[in-house]
Design a protein around this ligand. Structure first.
Ligand code: FE2
Length: 405
């Protein structure tokens, strides 16, 4: 395995741990940042999560403005509205989930290089490094704090569009589990499944490599073991919140290098058309996507099943997944099918639905055609181990839409 040539990048400096946000003031003085724009959304602001950030800025005399206009599945308008506010700031600070961090990346690119959101659609569209950007996640899922990726929604087309550039990566990610502590159970479960989808797709994708594997398997172990606890008792269980925050960040670093697959292609299609949370869409798509890739990546799924099995085992010592995989030591009694089963079990344990009908979305035949087009047009699918036919995509979407007759 280590005889293959591979690359790995994580240009973002990471500051991780309980109370890490309290270092923001010091970081500002260290970097000479005297003015800032905080980018967030109404919900995060109402929950009081910008307060510790504002206190840090005030403590160092950093002037700042606050933009609370980020919307879920961020629109072009909601991103461009913040650009004038960011123009003179020394640093843009994102405080929120994936929508907020993705918006802040695009605001930062536009304030640095000019243009409009649409100009940046696609890969390698940001011409040079951007001005300083700090990402402070308030969910444990997206991994956007360490990735090169920002998604925006073209509302005219009901389509989620990607911007992928190494220059989008935040300069600094401050991952403080305390910021996720009061996230309610449903978004905790949904965002946790986003992270699990990143990890699984990083492992089975065509760009998987030993470095991203190491991070992704460890993320799977942590999510299996701690997501139910974070959902059950997140405001008290700081150990579980810490493990989930770490898992989401390392899964982000993994898929940033290995990319994702058909699960994300489907999740983007559903999320764009019905304006549903990304984590929920990932949860709906993941088991079906895994099943589709089962034959092409049987051994990888056996390894995933083993890691999930060990993580669940009621033992004091859980072996490090990387050692297991590299050493070829995983218990061969775990089957590829077990991986799908364990993901389904985890989903039901944390109260996630299995079908779109469960969240009140009825998929019409014409919607099915649109969703199929959107899935096939999504760039994530290029990294999937198997390229599906149109009929296969439609069949997968039918499975996700509702229960089999
Ligand atoms: Fe994702």
């Amino acid at each position: 395995m280590l005889s293959t040539i591979f690359g790995f990048e994580m240009p973002t400096r990471l500051l991780f741990g309980q109370g890490a946000v309290e270092n923001l003031g010091f970081e500002c003085s260290l970097n000479g940042w005297a003015s800032a724009l905080i980018v967030t959304d109404e919900g995060v602001h109402r929950a009081g999560l910008t307060k510790p950030v504002e206190e840090q800025l005030q403590s160092q005399g950093v002037r700042y403005a606050l933009y609370t206009g980020v919307v879920p599945n961020p629109t072009i308008e909601s991103i461009e509205a913040a650009v004038p506010l960011a123009q003179d700031a020394d640093v843009v600070i994102a405080v929120g989930g994936g929508s907020v961090m993705d918006s802040a990346k695009l605001i930062n690119a536009i304030r640095t290089h000019g243009g409009r959101v649409r100009d940046y659609e696609g890969a390698d569209t940001v011409p040079a490094p951007c001005k300083p950007l700090v990402a402070i996640p308030t969910t444990a899922g997206t991994g956007s704090e360490v990735t090169f990726i920002a998604m925006f929604t073209d509302t005219a087309k009901h389509q989620k569009m990607p911007v992928v550039s190494r220059y989008l990566a935040p300069h600094l990610a401050i991952v403080d589990p305390e910021m996720t502590r009061h996230l309610p159970p449903a978004p905790t479960a949904q965002t946790g499944l986003d992270a699990l989808t990143h990890a699984i797709e990083a492992i089975v994708g065509i760009q998987a490599n030993p470095f991203s594997d190491m991070l992704a398997f460890e993320a799977i172990r942590l999510i299996t073991r701690y997501l139910p606890r974070a959902v059950e008792n997140g405001s008290e269980d700081t150990e579980a919140r810490g493990a989930m925050a770490f898992a989401a960040t390392i899964a982000g670093a993994a898929f940033n290098n290995s990319m994702v697959g058909i699960g994300h292609a489907i999740a983007h299609a559903i999320g764009g058309l019905y304006n549903l949370p990304h984590g929920l869409c990932c949860a709906l798509a993941l088991p079906v996507a895994m099943h589709f890739n089962l034959e092409a990546r049987r051994e990888r799924f056996e390894q995933i099943a083993a890691v999930m099995g060990y993580a669940h085992a009621d033992t004091e010592v859980v072996p490090m997944p990387h050692a297991i995989i590299q050493g070829g030591l995983w218990d061969k009694s775990f089957t590829a099918e077990d991986a799908v089963l364990r993901v389904r079990q985890l989903m039901s344990e944390v109260g996630l639905p299995a079908h779109l009908i469960d969240v009140g979305v009825e998929v019409s035949e014409s919607d099915l055609e649109v969703l199929t087009d959107l899935t096939l047009a999504d760039g994530s699918i290029l990294f999937n181990p198997v390229q599906p036919t149109r009929e296969q995509v439609k069949e997968l979407l039918r499975h996700i839409a509702t229960y089999a007759e």
